[in-house]
Design a protein around this ligand. Structure first.
Ligand SMILES: Cc1cc2nc3c(=O)[nH]c(=O)nc-3n(C[C@H](O)[C@H](O)[C@H](O)COP(=O)(O)OP(=O)(O)OC[C@H]3O[C@@H](n4cnc5c(N)ncnc54)[C@H](O)[C@@H]3O)c2cc1C
Length: 443
C-alpha cells in the first residue's frame, strides 16, 4: 500500500483577464460524500479535461470523476495567452526550433494531433470563432537579432516543407497599427483560443459524461487492494485507475521530485478601448526571441483589448509574491506604451501570473508511475497543445488503446535530474535573466 499526503495546493496570483471576461454557464459542484468510479482524474486543466473527453469516447459506459482543487478556468489553463501552436516552440534553448528534422516532424505531427482533438471538441461543444480561431500566428521581430531568429526559424520550416510567409515592417504596421516591428514570420497552423472560454466549454461539454467537482482538492491518495482512494475536504473517490493532470504539482504526489522546473510567466490585459491606432480587430504576435513579449489583440462588439505577456522566473516553491506581480506589470506597461503610444491612457484592468512546468531535457512526465496511477504532466511551456496530447495519451495508455502516436509518446526518457536547491534556482534564473537582457527591445 502507498499512502500519500498532499501538503501543497496550487496558489494563483492575480485574476486572469480571460477568466474575468468569460461567462460561466454551468454550476459549481463540490465533492460531498464518498463515491466510487471507474476512473478518477485529478486536475481540470487541458490535460485532465482532455483525458476525461478521451475516456468518455473510449469507455462511454464507465463512470468518470474529476477532482479540481480550484475552479475551472481560474487556474493556469484559463490564464494563458491562448496560442495553440503546431510548429516547434521550445522555450528553454533561446530559439524555438533546435531539434533535428526527424524530431521536428514528430513534434509537429504530435502538436497537430492535439490541435485536431481540440478542434473536434470545439465543434462538438459549439464553441464560437471567438473561443477557437484557426487564424495562425506571427512571430514578430523588433530588432535585427529578432529578424535573424525569424530567418533561421523560417529556414528550418522551409527545409521540411512547412508553409510560412515573411512580413516586412509595412505589413506589420498594417496589421498592428504599430511601427515598432521590423518584420514578422507568419505560420498558418496555430489556433488562437480564448483560454477560459475554451476550458469552460470543454467542462460544460463533458457534463453529461463525467462528474466534475471543483473546490475539491485531493489532500491524500491511498492505494489499497488494487484500488486508489483520493480524500478531499468533504468526501472521497475510490477508483481502480487514476490519471494525474496536475502539471508541476505532480511533485506533491511524490513523483518526479527534483526533476521539474517550476517557471512562472506574467500577463496584463488592458481595459476595453475603441478607435486607437492598433490596426486590425484581431491579431496575435509571439516574440521572435522566445524571451520577448507575446502581444495579442481581440475585439468584441466594437471594443478591443490587448494582452501582453512577458518574463519567466523560476520559483521552486510554486508561488510568486504580489510585489513581483506588480513590478512586472509596471515593466509591461512600458513595453506596451513603446509599441502603442496611443494607449497610454488605457489602464491595465487585470494583471496575473501563472505556472509552467519544464524539464531540462524537454520531455513530459508521462506514463504509468505506479500500478493504476498515470501521469499526464510537465507540458514544457506549450500546455494548450502538449497537455491536451498528454491527457489523451494517458487515457489511451490506461485503457490499453495502442497506436503509433502512443508508442512514440511513451518512448521518451524521464525528465532529467536538476541540481539541488538553491543551485538550480540560481542557475536557471541566471540563464533566464541573461536571455532576457539579450532579448532587449523584443521584450
Ligand atoms: C501567462 C501565461 C501565458 C501562457 N501562454 C500559453 C500559450 O499561449 N500557449 C500555450 O500552449 N501555453 C501557454 N501557457 C502555458 C499553459 O497555460 C499551461 O501549459 C497549461 O495550462 C498546462 O495545462 P495542464 O492541464 O497541464 O496544467 P494546469 O493548467 O496547471 O492544470 C492543472 C490543474 O490541476 C489542479 N490541481 C493541482 N493540484 C491538485 C490537487 N491536489 N487536487 C486537485 N486538483 C489539483 C490545479 O488546480 C489545476 O487546475 C501560458 C501560461 C501562462 C501562465
Amino acid at each position: 500500500m502507498s499512502d500519500l499526503v498532499v501538503k501543497r495546493l496550487p496558489a494563483e496570483s492575480g485574476t486572469s483577464g480571460w477568466e474575468a471576461i468569460s461567462k460561466r454557464c454551468f454550476p459549481v459542484r463540490t465533492l460531498d460524500g464518498d463515491v466510487s468510479a471507474d476512473w478518477l482524474i485529478i486536475g481540470a486543466g487541458f490535460a485532465g479535461l482532455s483525458a476525461a473527453r478521451r475516456l468518455a469516447q473510449l469507455r462511454p459506459s464507465d463512470r468518470i470523476v474529476l477532482l479540481e482543487a480550484g475552479e475551472i478556468a481560474k487556474g493556469t489553463s484559463g490564464r494563458n495567452s491562448g496560442y495553440m501552436i503546431d510548429v516547434p516552440h521550445n522555450l528553454s534553448s533561446g530559439e524555438y526550433s533546435v531539434a533535428s528534422e526527424v524530431a521536428t516532424r514528430t513534434e509537429i505531427a504530435q502538436n497537430r494531433f492535439a490541435i485536431s482533438f481540440a478542434a473536434d471538441a470545439a465543434a462538438e461543444y459549439g464553441m464560437s470563432a471567438r473561443t477557437f480561431d484557426p487564424s495562425g500566428k506571427i512571430n514578430a521581430a523588433a530588432t535585427e537579432r529578432g529578424l535573424k531568429l525569424n530567418a533561421n526559424y523560417g529556414r528550418s520550416l522551409g527545409d521540411i516543407g512547412e508553409e510560412h510567409r515573411f512580413l516586412d515592417a509595412d505589413a506589420m504596421r498594417e496589421i498592428t497599427g504599430s511601427s515598432y516591428y521590423l518584420g514578422g514570420l507568419y505560420t498558418p497552423g496555430a489556433v488562437m483560443i480564448q483560454p477560459a472560454d475554451y476550458i469552460r466549454g470543454l467542462a460544460a461539454g463533458l457534463a453529461s459524461k463525467a462528474d466534475i467537482f471543483e473546490h475539491s482538492p485531493v489532500l491524500k491518495l491511498e492505494h489499497l487492494d488494487g484500488m486508489w482512494k483520493a480524500l478531499s475536504r468533504r468526501g472521497s473517490v475510490t477508483a481502480p485507475k487514476v490519471i494525474l493532470g496536475v502539471n508541476g504539482h505532480i511533485e506533491d504526489f511524490g513523483h518526479f521530485r527534483s526533476r521539474l522546473m517550476h517557471i512562472f510567466t506574467y500577463a496584463s490585459m488592458t481595459a476595453p478601448f475603441t478607435a486607437k491606432s492598433t490596426g486590425k480587430d484581431r491579431w496575435a504576435l509571439l516574440p521572435a526571441d522566445p524571451m520577448g513579449a507575446t502581444v495579442r489583440k481581440m475585439t468584441t462588439d466594437g471594443a478591443s483589448r490587448i494582452v501582453i505577456r512577458t518574463r519567466f522566473t523560476y520559483d521552486w516553491t510554486i508561488q510568486v509574491s504580489k510585489k513581483r506581480l506588480a513590478g512586472i506589470a509596471a515593466e509591461q506597461r512600458t513595453s506596451l506604451d513603446a509599441r502603442f503610444p496611443d494607449l497610454k491612457d488605457v489602464p491595465f484592468e487585470h494583471v496575473w501570473a501563472g505556472r509552467l512546468c519544464l524539464s531540462r531535457n524537454h520531455v513530459p512526465a508521462f506514463g504509468e508511475i505506479e500500478k493504476g496511477l498515470y501521469s499526464a504532466c510537465c507540458e514544457n511551456g506549450l500546455g494548450t497543445v502538449k497537455s491536451t496530447l498528454a491527457g489523451v495519451m494517458a487515457a489511451d495508455l490506461a485503457t490499453g488503446t495502442r497506436s503509433d502516436m502512443l508508442d512514440r509518446f511513451s518512448d521518451q526518457p524521464e525528465p532529467a535530474r536538476l541540481p539541488p536547491e538553491p543551485l538550480a534556482w540560481l542557475g536557471v534564473n541566471s540563464v533566464i535573466r541573461w536571455q532576457q537582457l539579450r532579448a532587449g527591445r523584443e521584450g
